[in-house]
Ligand binder design. Structure first.
Ligand SMILES: [Fe+2]
Ligand SMILES: [Fe+2]
Length: 206
């Protein structure tokens, strides 16, 4: 148990403070930087900051899931998705820097909040835990879809990242369903949406 806690704490620190790694190339990396106005650049950086916060939360959710679940085959089945979340973290972090923005100052807080939710879901058993993961991925997919229309039209580099992330999140939801996710009740879904709204609304600015 103590080992688990130490590993968990180490992961948390790395998620929030270290530079994430990517195996796949960053989507859109070969595209030229678009000529954006100062306002467009600021707006794109703020949207990518929100997406980065989302990925910090994804790290916490998957880490919480891995800490709690006793089923090693389940953990192995989810490890590919967790690995891709780390790539998303790397891509968004890099894009924020390219746009001259900064990451959310509240990342430790977002991480702790998501970890807490992940642990609560984990305690309810694998089927509910997977249900929570699947619903999270679906809500993230819808959110990323909205960002595809909100990003400055010329910002192809950010667009490519968000589009690839969306494709990955769809696959993650499918994986959770395939592994036996239960459909979580509507009030919980609405609660999650409300919490996500607070997070995205805040992360645009802080
Ligand atoms: Fe992601
Ligand atoms: Fe995902």
């Amino acid at each position: 148990m103590l080992d688990q806690l130490i590993i968990g704490f180490d992961r948390a620190l790395r998620t929030v403070f270290a530079q994430a790694q990517t195996v796949r190339p960053v989507p859109g990396a070969s595209l030229p930087e678009a000529a954006l106005s100062t306002e467009e650049r600021r707006h794109a950086a703020a949207l990518m900051r929100i997406n980065h916060v989302g990925e910090v939360c994804a790290q916490a959710l998957y880490q919480g899931q891995a800490m709690i679940s006793r089923d090693t085959s389940l953990r192995a089945a989810l490890s590919e998705a967790a690995q891709q979340e780390e790539e998303h973290l790397a891509w968004t972090e890099r894009r924020i820097a390219e746009l001259g923005g900064r990451k959310s100052l509240l990342n430790p807080l977002w991480y702790m909040g998501a970890l807490g939710m992940g642990i609560v879901a984990g305690k309810m058993g694998d089927a509910w835990n997977l249900g929570f993961l699947a619903e999270t991925e679906r809500q993230v997919e819808a959110h990323l879809n909205s960002h595809l229309t909100k990003l400055p039209a010329a910002d192809n580099k950010s667009w490519q990242i968000v589009e690839q992330m969306k494709q990955d999140e769809i696959a993650h939801a499918d994986t959770a369903v395939r592994l036996g996710a239960k459909e979580i009740p509507l009030p919980v879904k609405l609660g999650m949406k409300a919490a996500a709204k607070v997070m995205t609304g805040t992360a645009y600015y802080v």
